[in-house]
Each structure stands twice: as C-alpha cells, then as structure tokens.
Write a protein of this length. Structure first.
Length: 178
C-alpha cells in the first residue's frame, strides 16, 4: 500500500508505504492509519518549512553598501538558533563579498557566557573569510553583565550605537533631509 505525502502547495513530497513479502488484505482501519500517518508527515513538513522561514526572518543579513552588511539579532539566543545564524551569515557574507558585518545586539534580552563565546566564535569565523565583525547596540545593562562574565567578549569590536560603528569604518549615510 502507498499513500502520498503532500506539501502545503499540494505537490507530492513522497509516499508512505507498507510492504510485506506476503499478500495482505488491508482493512479500512489499516488504510485510515496510513492516511493519518501521511497527513501527520505533511503537517510536520509544513511546520519545518514555517520554522525555516521564521529563522530566516529572525536574523536577516541586510547589505547596506558595497562590502558592508547589517544583521540585527533579536530575542532569546539558544545554541541551536546561534548555529543557524552562524551558518547563514557565513554563506551570505561570502556571497555578498562583505568586508564588514555590523551585528546589532540591541534586541537581545540577556547575555551569558555561552552567548559571549558564540559571538566570539562568530567574529573569529568571519575573520577567517576576511570579514570584520563589529557589534553594536551594547546597552548599559548588557555592558554591566558582560563585565561580570568570564568570557573573552572584551576582545570583540563593540560600539554603543549603529551610527558609531558605521562612522568607525568610514561609512557616512546619505543625507535624506533634501
């Protein structure tokens, strides 16, 4: 027996199959069980796709000028989410031929030693591909917390505001007052 598994768009993703070396007469309950399993797998695929889209939106890397990109990091950062962000920024930084990546952490709820180490690892990985990571949006509460941590966070290039970080690399935003 084979029951198709559909994606949200109605395309066939695959088939859930039941095989045996002997001929079997499937009951209506058996067929309904396979349909339920196929439906469940379809929902899981849809949820995974939605999760991937949310992950992409949660930390979008935005090019703002030749060689310069910005990524706002918002909310609670788990190790899994940070790994996803790292994967994305490594690929996108290379694709966009970035020289600088401004990482805005003003939307981070809290920071701990693990997150500090993740940011240090991010800066080191980017440096290996020729990209300088600059962290911005260090609020006073985060600065006080970072000061108490036993991490190498102080080795990172940081600025309180995006404007300070941009000025440090010689970027002058266009005058929009005209």
């Amino acid at each position: 027996m084979g029951i198709p598994i559909y994606t949200a768009c109605g395309n066939i993703y695959g088939t859930i199959c039941g095989l045996d070396d002997q001929e079997i007469d499937f009951s209506d309950d058996d067929i309904e069980l396979f349909r339920t399993l196929a439906s469940l797998l379809s929902y899981v695929l849809d949820l995974d796709h939605a999760y991937q889209q949310l992950s992409d939106l949660a930390a979008p890397l935005v090019p703002i000028a030749k060689g310069i990109g910005i990524i706002p990091v918002v909310g609670e950062i788990t190790s899994q989410r940070m790994d996803s962000i790292l994967d994305k920024i490594m690929v996108k930084s290379n694709e966009l031929n970035l020289d600088y990546l401004l990482v805005d952490v003003s939307g981070i709820l809290s920071i701990d030693e693990d997150l500090g180490e993740h940011f240090l690892r991010m800066a080191q990985m980017l440096r290996l591909i020729g990209v300088k990571a600059i962290f911005t949006g260090i609020r006073p509460d985060l600065a006080m917390k970072i000061n108490r941590l036993h991490t190498n966070f102080m080795k990172l290039t940081t600025f309180g505001t995006m404007a300070q970080a941009m000025a440090s690399i010689g970027f002058t935003p266009p005058d929009l007052s005209n």
